[in-house]
Design a binder for this molecule. Structure first.
Ligand code: ADE
Length: 231
């Protein structure tokens, strides 16, 4: 899979690329590139953004700059690009990222993530170049980069070979194997700590009972909305 991020801060992705599961994915032939639109801006002084028409705070990423950048990266009219690959604009008001959306993206041969900065994008970037607007939550980050890393992390761990255990993504929270419910609780050694003991069934070696116990806990968590207060 080819994963491209269009960002004014490509260095941020050096750290991300060095993380083990990302490096594993790269070894499997998946490619992560961070592409800087500033390198191709037609404006003088490396300008990429401008003040919003109608007034207001902050700066907006210019559509002509994004056009020039996408043309340079892909050698095509960017209006055509979304027919060739999934082009995701990261924006707080977009389609909310969830496990089903991540599964959908993990099937793609190539995706491009467009990161806005400051007050975001000129809306024409989203309308004419993006196939989807994607949000990681209804709150505003200072740019799309952290949101892009969230999307990339969630997608990369679905790709075969990026995690140590092939099965670990099959039965994780919100997967179809768990009927969309959150994952069941996990325990490891010591079996007893400060009097807090691990449920007996998990130490029993009865695989079917363990499976049923886990399914029941997962359902309970789903019914509780996954956000019950613990203290
Ligand atoms: N850019 C700024 N905030 C964002 C969010 N919550 N999700 C996606 N992109 C963003």
């Amino acid at each position: 899979m080819q994963l491209d991020v269009v960002t004014l801060f490509p260095d941020w992705f050096d750290w991300f690329r060095s993380q083990r599961h990302v490096a594993n994915a790269a070894r499997q032939g998946h490619e992560l590139r961070a592409l800087n639109p500033r390198d191709h801006t037609p404006l003088s002084g490396g300008q990429v953004d401008d003040t919003p028409f109608g007034g207001g705070a902050g700066m907006v990423l210019r559509v002509d700059v994004m056009d020039a950048a996408l043309r340079a990266f892909y050698n095509t009219d960017p209006v055509e690009l979304r027919r060739e690959r999934r082009v995701l604009a990261l924006t707080p008001g977009g389609r909310m990222l969830d496990d089903a959306f991540v599964d959908e993206l993990a099937q793609e041969p190539a995706i491009t993530l467009l990161c806005g900065r400051y007050e975001g994008f000129d809306e024409r970037i989203v309308q004419h170049y993006a196939s989807d607007a994607v949000s990681i939550g209804r709150y505003v980050l200072s740019g799309g980069e952290l949101a892009a890393m969230v999307v990339l992390d969630a997608v990369l761990r679905k790709l075969p070979g990026s995690l140590g255990h092939a099965d670990s993504v099959l039965e994780e929270s919100f997967s179809s194997a768990l009927g969309g419910d959150p994952e069941y609780p996990h325990y490891t050694r010591p079996a007893d700590f400060r009097g807090w003991s691990v449920p007996d069934v998990l130490l029993s070696g009865h695989h079917e009972e363990i499976r049923q116990w886990r399914r029941a806990r997962s359902r309970e968590r789903g019914a509780a909305g996954g956000g019950s207060s613990l203290a």
